[in-house]
Design a protein. Structure first.
Length: 504
């Protein structure tokens, strides 16, 4: 097959969410390749955590982030993140973001689980991600230095003996192009779609992780998946999210007899760390005792939580009168491409940022509302690093053998993988279940590898399952029923060095 080649003189960013656009806007020139539809940023209801309140400090925010992380977050990365909070908010306001204000005209600060202070900045109640996306997309639109090419999905990374040299991508008409570029920044988001139940949009399939593994980039913490406790059980895929801010405003979790069940799981009850609440709900379903969010006491619901209100109405429910049936759903990936706060991967020419990266800033469990902040703070740092590191342009790399001939259709077996991951590699894992998942993936492999979406699903599922098997303890988002306690000998990050695949 003849593949068109396009030489880009500047860095190419894959993905146009908060992390990707923050990198692109920080560079003297950049091209952004994006599928174009809204990704996780646009859907984020939570907000941006930033220590901007009078009673708050970046140190306190760092300490909350460390506590929730299961003890393995990288302290230095956490300090960089939390110290950057107020500057990131100021920058967004300069770019035109409209955040919710209190009666004094100051930023109105909400509270979420794991935060000792009110420090969550919101826009339009529960539509913060949409406002961040609108602001950054508008800035990119008017910028002469950023070219956003919509309708492109990355298939693979191009490489030569020295490292990554560009990307292979396909447009919405099926045309495949090899873009050569001196620097590639993966801002492709997480892997939520590998699970049957997820709050992540359809485009969040782990393409960046899979492509990075094919070039042999070091990966980290792949067993740590965060399940959000409260997806709305309304028969929709992805599951509509019921933001945690509702619990911050006094909503409770009750069983099918109206009794609060979180009181027996954690002293902070509904505001316990997210993994604790998610597992408690999982067990409620396991014993068929029901799990509902009771938000009837939340004042001014429709105006304060318009997104959730609309979701509930679509499901025929009124949160002012009805209990909302909830289930956990895959929400955020703490693992990813191993990178420091500068975003550099272990392969020359390749950077990763945002949810695609694993900087260690979240450890085994992410503190609520730290992810938009991560995209903003680390996005700016990655741009600086890429700018100073450039200089290896003009190389023509190749892609993984056979990949350009794969079909672009999603095979039905991807649904089998999603179900398997939910049942065996989900909130409660066991050694037997994980081996079972591994064997079943091997059986499914031949029917997945002939298509790009199938292949990505296989690669991502295999990476997460293998990492989960390696960690025989429970920590943060990774819970092993056969090893329910943390083991201090395993209080480390898990790094994986995949073997690079052969190229054409
Ligand atoms: C939420 O609103 O509950 C999600 C916030 C987050 O994931 O940080």
């Amino acid at each position: 097959m003849t593949i068109e080649r396009v030489e880009l003189a500047d860095p190419v960013v894959i993905g146009s969410g908060v992390a990707g656009l923050s990198v692109a806007l920080g560079l003297p020139r950049a091209t952004v390749l994006t599928v174009g539809s809204l990704g996780s940023t646009g859907w984020a209801q939570g907000g941006i955590a930033a220590a901007v309140g009078e009673d708050d400090t970046a140190e306190l925010h760092a300490s909350d982030t460390m506590t929730v992380s299961g003890g393995i977050a990288v302290q230095r990365a956490v300090e960089v993140l939390t110290a950057g909070g107020s500057k990131a908010i100021e920058r967004l306001i300069e770019l035109g973001a409209q955040f919710d204000l209190d009666d004094r005209g100051e930023l109105k600060l909400g509270r979420e689980a794991g935060h000792q202070r009110r420090r969550i900045v919101h826009a339009d109640g529960d539509a913060t991600g949409a406002e961040v996306q609108r602001t950054l997309s508008a800035a990119a639109d008017v910028s002469d230095s950023v070219d956003v090419l919509e309708g492109w999905r990355m298939i693979d990374l191009l490489r030569d003996d020295l490292g990554v040299t560009g990307v292979l991508a396909v447009d919405s008409a099926g045309k495949i192009v090899a873009f050569d570029s001196p620097a590639v920044i993966l801002a492709t988001g997480g892997i939520g779609q590998i699970y049957r139940h997820t709050t992540n949009p359809a485009v969040v399939t782990g393409d960046g992780l899979a492509a990075a593994s094919r070039v042999g980039a070091r990966l980290a913490d792949l067993e740590f998946v965060q399940f959000h406790p409260t997806g709305l059980m309304a028969g929709r895929d992805p599951m509509p999210l019921l933001t945690e801010a509702l619990r911050g405003e006094g909503a409770t979790l009750v069983d099918d007899r109206g009794r609060r069940f979180m009181l027996r799981h954690h002293p902070d009850a509904e505001l316990a760390p997210r993994d604790v609440v998610a597992r408690a709900i999982f067990w409620q379903h396991d014993k068929q005792a029901g799990a509902f969010l009771d938000a009837r006491n939340v004042e001014d619901f429709p105006s304060r939580f318009p997104t959730v209100f609309a979701y509930a109405q679509e499901a025929g429910l009124d949160p002012r009168e009805d209990l909302l049936p909830v289930s956990p759903a895959a929400h955020y990936f703490m693992g990813g491409i191993d990178a420091g706060s500068s975003g550099r991967s272990s392969v020359s020419g390749l950077w990763a940022v945002g949810e695609a990266a694993s900087t260690g800033v979240h450890g085994a469990n992410r503190l609520a509302s730290n992810s938009l902040l991560e995209g903003l703070v680390f996005g700016a740092l990655v741009a600086e690093d890429v700018h100073h590191a450039q200089g290896l342009g003009g190389r023509i790399g190749s892609w993984t053998a056979g990949l350009a001939e794969c079909s672009l259709e999603r095979p039905p077996e991807v649904d089998a993988v999603r179900q398997l991951m939910w049942e065996r590699v989900g909130l409660v894992r066991t050694g037997n279940g994980l081996w079972d998942a591994r064997n079943r993936l091997v059986e499914l492999q031949p029917r997945l590898m002939g298509s790009i979406p199938g292949r990505v699903a296989f690669e991502v599922a295999a990476l997460v399952t293998t990492a989960a098997l390696r960690r025989s303890e429970s920590r943060g988002g990774h819970y092993r029923a056969d090893y329910p306690e943390p083991d201090s000998f395993q209080a480390n990050r898990n790094l994986v060095e995949p073997i690079p695949k052969e190229t054409e």
